[in-house]
Design a protein. Structure first.
Length: 141
């Protein structure tokens, strides 16, 4: 079991890894060794994730969420397969931990009486300035 938060843990069977050759620096290593890691987490089928967390995780994952409800993370920034595996798992744990935090409910507030009065006074003053820009009786064009 991989511990994400105090309440959420991920079972090993929910994760699957596949390896491929990574692009970028690495010399001949790039052509020979499969260092890139694709981590697949079956989030929709996971019994360890509550429904609201799955919903938030789907929104956070974006394009990484597949049609069949899996979360796919690609890691190929390091030259070694072990470090890419650690990186992919750390990114998955971070994503689930962020999804586990419920957003604070916004409490709508009303403007104070003083702020309403200040806004109306400013509008009246601005209107007076614009009125003064108009033509006077002595103007003839």
């Amino acid at each position: 079991m991989i511990r994400v938060t105090d309440e959420i843990s991920i079972a090993e069977w929910e994760l699957s890894e596949s390896f491929s050759r990574a692009s970028g620096p690495g010399g001949q290593n790039v052509n020979k060794v499969e260092t890139a890691v694709t981590l697949r987490f079956e989030a929709e089928r996971s019994p360890n994730l509550p429904g609201p967390v799955k919903t938030r995780l789907r929104r956070l994952a974006g394009r990484r969420w597949t049609v069949d409800g899996a979360l796919v993370i690609q890691a190929d920034s390091h030259r070694s397969q072990a470090r890419n595996r650690e990186d992919a798992l750390a990114r998955l744990i971070d994503l689930i931990a962020r999804a586990a935090v419920a957003p604070k409910r916004r409490v709508p507030t009303r403007p104070t009486l003083g702020s309403k009065r200040r806004r109306l006074a400013a509008k009246a003053q601005r209107g007076a300035v614009k009125r003064l820009r108009g033509r006077t009786e002595g103007d003839a064009d």
